[in-house]
Design a protein around this ligand. Structure first.
Ligand code: ADP
Ligand code: MG
Length: 359
């Protein structure tokens, strides 16, 4: 049975008034399932943090409701809301907010002590071991690396055993090398966390690796919700396709229920998914093309106009033989020294890999 633990109903959040108003959220409805990890993804400024804060009882919507286990959060008296937030929810922000005057151990235990709750020493030992903090508990936060500080901040939240973890871009203050390391550790920790988690990120790979469910926001509105795999396989809109990292958004004209004409490429493509009314483009991921013969199904005539080399793949930018439209083809390298692929004359994409898009 689907158990909904947290929901937003017609949540609108407007900052300021009149002509200077910012509509950060516009009629957002979402349901968060118990025990699931959900990513909230979207471009910078689309309302991700505002939504997380509304769901977490930190910021009252201008209109609409937030229900935590059926309870209308913002109808509660302030003290009751604050208590609920401290005992049920665990926020992890971009900045770690560790107090420099206290040891790592005291930092981790502080929220519990302030709340006059007894720490579970066994759980603390388990957590600090899992997070590689055991040997660091007596240090001051300034004696920790960025990654260790982030893990201490996470331990501080988890030690209170929140029902719902709320993470707002928790890895973005870390450099890319550390980020991978901490994300790996947090990932395995989350895997053993029995609660519900919400992760705000603008990093699609992170969302894909850590979360089974996804909410795609665009300009304060929900564009798409569903399992992460389903959203990546069929983003349905141009904006959602871009957010999942689709390099090729190619304008098209629908011909019938499974065929489109690719505008500017003098070719038609067959899709496995039905072409919906209002389809204006198809999305094809750059690694989903293969060189083919002129008469192969879904063959697109191309001319390679530029080639660039990455450590593990080649990128080719192609245009039609006559014309200015562009597509990207990404070819994985077998080894660092693999030669560039021969310039193709035709590239094709399997019907299953072509995503019909609206908007
Ligand atoms: P995201 O987390 O997706 O980057 P935010 O939720 O922080 O986006 O912000 C959504 C929009 O609301 C942005 O246009 C932002 O400038 C605006 N905004 C956020 N917080 C405030 C605030 N306290 N006052 C005024 N505008 C705000
Ligand atoms: Mg934000």
């Amino acid at each position: 049975m689907r158990e909904i633990v947290l929901e937003a109903r017609a949540v609108t959040r407007t900052y300021g008034t009149g002509t200077g108003a910012t509509h950060a959220l516009r009629g957002v409805d979402v349901e968060i399932e118990q025990g699931r990890f959900t990513a909230i993804i979207g471009a910078s400024g689309c309302g991700k943090s505002t939504l997380l804060q509304a769901l977490g009882g930190l910021d009252a919507p201008t209109s609409g409701k937030v229900l935590l286990e059926g309870q209308d959060l913002y109808a509660l008296p302030d003290a009751a809301l604050a208590r609920l937030r401290r005992t049920r929810l665990g926020f992890v922000f971009q900045a770690f907010h560790l107090l420099p005057a206290y040891t790592v151990r005291d930092n981790i235990l502080l929220p519990l002590l302030l709340d006059k709750r007894e720490p579970d020493e066994e759980y603390l030992a388990l957590l600090t071991r899992q997070l590689g903090l055991t040997a660091l508990l007596q240090r001051q936060p300034t004696q920790l690396s960025g990654g260790q500080q982030q893990r201490a901040a996470l331990a501080r939240i988890l030690v209170g055993k929140p029902r719902i973890l709320m993470l707002d871009e928790p890895f973005s203050a870390l450099d890319s090398y550390l980020r991978e390391e901490v994300e790996g550790e947090v990932g395995s920790l989350l895997a053993s966390f029995a609660g519900t988690a919400l992760l705000v990120t603008h990093n699609r790979d992170e969302a894909y690796r850590l979360c089974k469910e996804m909410i795609v926001l665009n300009e304060g509105q929900v564009l798409r919700t569903g399992s992460t795999k389903a959203v990546f396989a069929d983003p349905q809109s141009i904006a959602a396709a871009r957010l999942t990292g689709c390099k090729n958004i190619l304008p098209c004209t629908p011909l019938d229920s499974h065929t489109v004409r690719l505008d500017g490429w003098n070719t038609t493509l067959r899709l496995a998914l039905p072409v919906p009314a209002g389809c204006t483009a198809v999305g094809i991921r750059a690694h989903d093309f293969t060189p083919c013969a002129a008469d192969a199904p879904n063959a697109i005539p191309v001319k390679a106009v530029s080639t660039s080399e990455n450590p593990f793949d080649w990128n080719l930018i192609c245009t039609p033989p006559e014309g200015t439209a562009q597509l990207w083809w990404k070819v994985s390298k077998k080894s660092l020294c693999s030669a560039a692929p021969a310039a193709p004359q035709y590239l094709c994409a399997a019907p299953e890999s072509i995503m019909p898009l609206k908007g």
